[in-house]
Design a protein around this ligand. Sequence first.
Ligand SMILES: [Zn+2]
Length: 480
Amino acid sequence: MNLNESDPNVQRDKHASTTARRGNLHSQRTKWTFIQNTIAAPISWRREHWFLAGIVVSVIVIAGAVLPNWAAAMRERNAALPPTTLDVPLPALSPDDSALSAAIDAANSEPLVDDTGWQVVNVRSGQTLGDIFQQQGLGAADLARLLDDRNNTSALRNIHPGQEFAFLRNGDGSLHALRFDRDEHTRVIASFAADGLKQTTLERNIERRTHVAHGTIDGSLYGAGEAAGMSDALLAQLANAFGYDLDFAHDLRDGDNFTVVYDDVYREGERLRDGNVIAATFINRGKRYSAFRFTNRAGETLYYTEDGRPLRKSFLRMPVDFAKVTSRFSAARLHPILGTMRAHQGVDFAAPIGTPIHAAGAGKIAFRGWQSGYGNVVIVQHDAHHSTLYGHMSRFATEQIGQRVAQGQTIGFVGMTGLATGPHVHYEFRVDGQHRDPLTVTLPKPEPLPAAEFARFRSQTQPMLAKLKTLEATQLASAK
Ligand SMILES: [Zn+2]
């Protein structure tokens, strides 16, 4: 059997060569060393290919299943939220603000709408703040005055459906005050008087309440999460935390179980939103995994194992989200133009032009410029041994040569500069100068927390670990 003809990638390349005169010449025209790997044969990779393709598909399927549910869950929760009450010490108001004072008092007692005088407007999809202000008889000048206070900027510039604005009118119908939430814990009441705009801010009490949940898989992770009383969003956090080690689409078995410490956020005693998964253990086919949320000295909040190792890997498998692999790493693929067998020393990920390209790992920008064939290229040097290359970028991000980048940081955008038949990123992974298949190469283990930080980590996580273990034991006992 002729392997090349049965290889779908080769077929695609042939097709590309007939439909477009331009093709990928990555391996031919580059400053990188050309290393022909003659040992590996396509057949030996095939199983891994399907396996990896399966992972990619399942990640997309999970994301597709999770995101709409999550969005729906958030919507329902918002809709079900009773009117929020205010129970905060109010700043003293001047006597001529008595109407405002009364209104604030009224706003403190339920219900908020109508009989308290405030007319509540919930932002609808597609509405701008300008639209709402106009409806309420407020001009652009009023909006500009509110925006003069920089603290208001993010609340007023990026309004979202469901956000609430309330308006209070004088007896003659003119506008007396506007009320909105600057952020989760700050409410602003702006009163319009002859002598200008006056702002009163009310600090609202925000607290986080901690919960513990335990779930046992019987069919699906989401079924188990629901039974344990967890929201889909929190369950997604749990799945993400363990996602580097566990393939939830394929590895889960009935009887697997998890124990989670998480919190949710309350405002003025009413539930506002989901918080975070703080600590969790997951037992998959008898093997125990743990995850602890911890903010390291660099200010990054990550999940760590109980030994203080980040769960996150030192490299991302792919530098673009939700991209499709269109050409694999190959010792010999049919060259689309030359018609001969050539190595493809990286992996091509197709994605729309302008899609952000992420640094696969933390490192320094070693090259940023044009290379024949590759077009706009960035090379990141990660340590003494590892470097990655990203080709065909439409444009670069702002980072210059020599600058440090974090894992996941955007370093450029998908394009088709150089020799490319369509928008994609050509991604190469080198270990000590040797090209390796980025999809299968054994990635180095991430560095554990340094000793000084580990002590802080330990004192912070030890009580939680004890709690999780106790709960696990109780659940196991009761299950018998
Ligand atoms: Zn390529």
